[in-house]
Write a protein that binds this ligand. Structure first.
Ligand code: MG
Length: 387
């Protein structure tokens, strides 16, 4: 296997920290060229000491100046420009994209232009600008290998099968903590309850998105762009144990699935080694001891997030970006205790319903969509609150 020369974007988040563990497991295979982080300077300082990348980029200039004093022999950059320089550095061939926001899209587009492998953890990029990215991919040697556990499972299950052999894909959802709750109980759900995920330990926003199934809705849209299927070929099922990470049914009615104890390091490792595999010591999965794996249908009347995902696919254009931005604002207001859990759905539904959609042809189109949607959503929530 050839050595991968890696730019890790988003090193202090959950995926970033797991990626560094994976890189250190196989340091003969993986060489860390650079890492980019936001504002967690204590952690990034530790990471620089431990993993010794020659290049680093952080969000703010003042933090970059501080790091330059600590590490005078390293290239320390900042802001979007810093991010862009990391991705276009000649030594890099692989980018792990686990940062949020539109800077992730800029970085992804540059990685595509540079024919890199992009190990994609940030689903918002594809949700908001899937068509733009797919278009860019067509004219280059670049490739996107998903890190998201469900997309990785589908990617692995498809394997070398042709697209026309796929009947449908089934994304599994843990269901979050509330899949057994009645809809009329949703308004009583507290922030603390919403942040207690049964199987995965993740960041705050994605944990809330798992409880609302907004995360699964985003994954439906992400899968649509990644695997270029029709929307009626993409389904979801609740699977509380999070052992079966997703499934593919083929035209001969065979199913292939990928299973493991949940650990993000597995899909991260695969995204780096594909089409090869490398050792990863996970807890032993003893099916006899486990005894059962459960599956339940998704109640889309209760979790209208799933219904909205298909509306996004039907509308196309910038609908994914609108959906994602409206959810971000609604989630933020819920986490601050300003709106109830069930209002998250109502807010996003309302913003989606009132929207005239336009195509995203440039990063500016995307920025405009995000900015306008966020303003509109904030205004809508404030109007509701003042009543
Ligand atoms: Mg996932």
């Amino acid at each position: 296997m050839e050595t991968r020369h890696i730019a890790l974007l988003g090193s202090t988040g959950s995926i970033g920290r797991n990626s560094l563990e994976v890189i250190s497991l196989h340091h003969d295979r993986f060489q860390l060229i650079s890492l980019a982080a936001g504002e967690n300077i204590n952690l990034v300082t530790e990471q620089i000491k431990r993993f010794d990348p020659p290049m680093v980029s952080v969000k703010h200039k003042k933090d970059a100046d501080h790091l330059k004093k600590l590490f005078p022999r390293k290239t320390i950059l900042f802001g979007n420009q810093g991010l862009e320089e990391l991705v276009s550095d000649k030594r890099v061939d692989t980018v792990i994209a686990s940062i949020n926001g539109t800077s992730a899209l800029t970085a992804t587009m540059i990685a595509i232009e540079n024919n890199h492998r992009i190990c994609l953890a940030n689903k918002e990029t594809l949700v908001a600008a899937g068509e733009l990215i797919n278009q860019a991919l067509e004219s280059t040697e670049a490739e996107i290998i998903p890190i998201d556990s469900e997309q990785s499972a589908i990617f692995q299950s498809i394997g070398s099968n042709k697209k026309e052999y796929i009947k449908r894909i089934i994304l599994t959802a843990s269901g979050g903590p509330f899949f057994g709750k009645r809809k009329d109980e949703f308004s009583q759900i507290t922030v603390k309850q919403a942040l207690a995920h049964p199987t995965w330990l993740m960041g705050t926003k994605i944990t809330l998105d798992s409880a609302t199934l907004m995360n699964k809705a985003l994954e439906i849209i992400e899968a649509y762009h990644l695997f270029k299927l029709r929307s009626d070929q993409i389904e979801t099922v609740i699977h509380p144990q999070s052992i079966v990470h997703s499934l593919v049914e083929f035209i001969d009615s065979s199913f292939i699935a990928q299973l493991s104890w949940p650990d993000m390091k597995i899909p991260i490792l695969y995204s780096l080694t594909y089409p090869e595999r490398n050792h990863f010591p996970n807890r032993n999965l003893d099916l006899g001891e486990l005894k059962k794996l459960e599956f339940y249908p998704v109640d889309i009347e209760k979790f209208s997030s799933i219904k909205m995902a298909y509306l996004v696919l039907e509308k196309g254009k910038n609908a994914g970006a609108v959906f994602n931005a409206a959810n971000e604002v609604a989630a933020d207001f819920f986490l601050k205790g300003k709106i109830t859990f069930d209002e998250i759905f109502e807010v996003v539904e309302n913003i989606m319903g009132g929207e005239n959609f336009f195509p995203i042809r440039t990063i500016e189109d995307l920025n405009q969509t995000i900015e306008e949607t966020k303003q509109k959503t904030i205004k809508y929530i404030q109007r509701r609150l003042s009543k």
